[in-house]
Write a protein of this length. Structure first.
Length: 288
């Protein structure tokens, strides 16, 4: 049996797969981890619709010559949606007050809005805020959207160029207890806000690097994901200590936990980033 994804034959090894369902389970897991979304399946030239899935997947692989799978790359779908969303912002800005009040309900039904709702709910909520005429202005929303667009289109460049910003914020974080003690409340709040923002940005870029196959070491990917999970707990403790005005705990967490941990995670991501593979070898037994 020959398996082709987007007309490209895969170099694969069968293990214990007996049916098309067994084969497809492994392929589907691999596609998902590689940042692809299934769009069409064909068996020996016949396009498979939803009603045929059960019968086709029970079919013995020895009776099949070709399994063709077409996919969409999620990053490409995201990039296209972001372009449309930027056009939506411009359209909203051009409307008079009455039509602006009607825009949101229509916008929710657009493909780019539905895609963002499923894939990027935080950004979707920002659009809801703006199109509801709340506190996020169209200009701010455009800036946020363009930043995420850069992260999708060129994640390696984005992760590389934030290093000076990250270093500066980490230095400011170690000064946080002194800022609190000397009454510089606004500066302290800004430091925490910036640190949280840079953390969220690194997480977003990590997702893009992983889904677009810039990160290929599975063990490192798992380690970085776990490091992020642990780091979120540290950040939560830091924010709680800040709210309680406990400068001792804030100082310890900021200097010895939060700042160095985030820099370590950042360094790991940077070290493991590489050009995505133009072609991928795939073993079904490794995909399970």
């Amino acid at each position: 049996m020959i398996i082709r994804i987007n007309n490209q034959a895969l170099d694969f090894t069968l293990d214990k797969e007996k049916t098309l369902g067994d084969v497809f389970t492994g392929i589907e897991q691999w596609l998902s981890s590689s940042g692809h979304r299934l769009s069409e399946i064909s068996v020996d030239g016949q396009v498979i619709n939803a009603s045929m899935i059960e019968d086709i997947f029970s079919r013995d692989i020895n009776t099949v010559k070709f399994l063709d799978i077409n996919t969409n790359v999620i990053a490409e779908l995201t990039a296209a949606s972001l372009l449309n969303l930027l056009e939506d912002i411009s359209e909203y800005e051009s409307l008079d007050f009455e039509n602006k009040t009607k825009f949101l309900d229509t916008w929710k039904g657009r493909p780019q809005a539905q895609f963002m709702y499923a894939e990027m709910p935080d950004l979707y909520s920002f659009f809801i805020n703006t199109f509801s005429n709340n506190d996020i202005s169209p200009a701010v929303l455009r800036s946020i959207t363009e930043e995420i667009q850069r992260e999708v289109n060129d994640p390696v460049n984005e992760i590389t160029k934030i290093e000076p910003v990250l270093n500066e914020i980490c230095i400011k974080l170690t000064d946080l207890p002194l800022d609190i003690q000397t009454g510089k409340d606004l500066l302290a709040a800004q430091t925490l806000q910036l640190f949280s923002a840079i953390t969220e940005k690194i997480i977003r870029i990590f997702y893009q690097l992983n889904s677009q196959c810039y990160l290929t070491d599975k063990n490192e990917i798992k380690k970085i994901a776990q490091d992020f999970s642990d780091f979120k707990n540290v950040l939560k403790e830091l924010l709680e200590a800040y709210e309680k005005n406990d400068t001792v705990i804030v100082g310890d967490l900021a200097e010895y936990e939060a700042a160095p941990r985030l820099k370590e995670i950042y360094t790991s991501i940077l070290k493991n980033s590489m050009d995505p593979l133009s072609s991928k070898n795939f073993e079904l037994k490794d995909a399970k």
